[in-house]
Design a protein around this ligand. Structure first.
Ligand code: DX5
Ligand code: ZN
Length: 245
């Protein structure tokens, strides 16, 4: 071996799921969609050093949702710069087809939408084959009943509290009964992630209903001090979680 030369091209991975997901408590997941795309690496470092638990990565294909964001190449380049748990939210029409690409890019969890998968077990099997944590997401108009059969197979249920596609929308309170129902159905080892319109005003309601993993884009990255914004969200979420128990 030639010393001093890099001999591996292996993609670094984030911390393993047992550390990032399985221990109890609130997790804060800044959504990169709201970051400044001209300096993504610095934005990731800012929230990583500032205490983020997961990095939420919104992948949009222009089919399942009207918007297009970023894909595996961008995620892979950030993977080389960060130790954060990479939480991929695939808002794409054919998730199974792309699991390998997102796993290879260094995602730690892969969440797909129930609305696009008539055979969700196959998508789950594909994600497990790549040893990644599995998430399933439901839109505001999708009932918990649609995913009830597959709940034992997933690590995360991502409840959309806005219609997916864009950041900065208003929180939809009508989804909260679904969060309550999921809390009844899921085990302690499974997470309820909530995504869309989470801020200092809405986070307590989401956590009181049973959410434990908080995705926030605008209310972190669009604030003058994103680290302080994250701290405030965490403090409010921790207090609401304490009350709920
Ligand atoms: C919306 C995305 C969200 C979005 C949230 O389709 O799934 O993750 O980034 O953005 P905010 O927090 O601004 O509502
Ligand atoms: Zn998302």
């Amino acid at each position: 071996m030639v010393t001093g030369k890099k001999t591996t091209t292996a993609v670094p991975q984030g911390p393993q799921a047992p550390f990032a997901l399985a221990t109890p408590g609130i997790r804060i997941a800044p959504s990169l969609l709201a970051a400044d795309f001209s300096r993504l690496a610095q934005q990731v470092k800012l929230v990583e050093d500032g205490g983020a638990d997961l990095l939420h990565l919104d992948v949009m294909d222009g089919h399942f949702v009207p918007n297009i964001s970023f894909g595996p190449a961008v995620i892979k380049s950030l993977r080389g710069r960060s130790r954060l748990f990479f939480d991929a939210h695939l808002m794409i029409a054919e998730p199974r087809r792309y699991v390998e690409a997102f796993a290879g890019a260094g995602c730690d969890s892969i969440t797909f939408h129930a609305e696009v998968s008539d055979r969700p077990q196959d998508v789950i099997a594909e994600i497990r084959m790549h040893s990644k944590s599995v998430g399933v997401s439901i839109n505001p108009g999708t009932d918990v009943a649609v995913i009830e059969d597959i709940l034992p197979l997933v690590d995360i249920v991502l409840v959309m509290s806005v219609w997916p596609g864009f950041g900065g929308q208003a929180f939809i309170d009508d989804v909260l009964p679904k969060v309550e129902r999921l809390r009844e159905l899921l085990g302690d080892h499974q997470r309820i992630e909530i995504d869309g319109g989470l801020d200092e005003e809405t986070v307590e309601r989401a956590v009181s209903a049973g959410a434990d993993t908080i995705v926030a884009g605008s209310s972190i990255f669009h604030r003058p001090d994103p680290v302080e914004a994250m701290r405030r969200l965490r403090a409010l979420a921790d207090a609401a979680e304490e009350q709920r128990r």
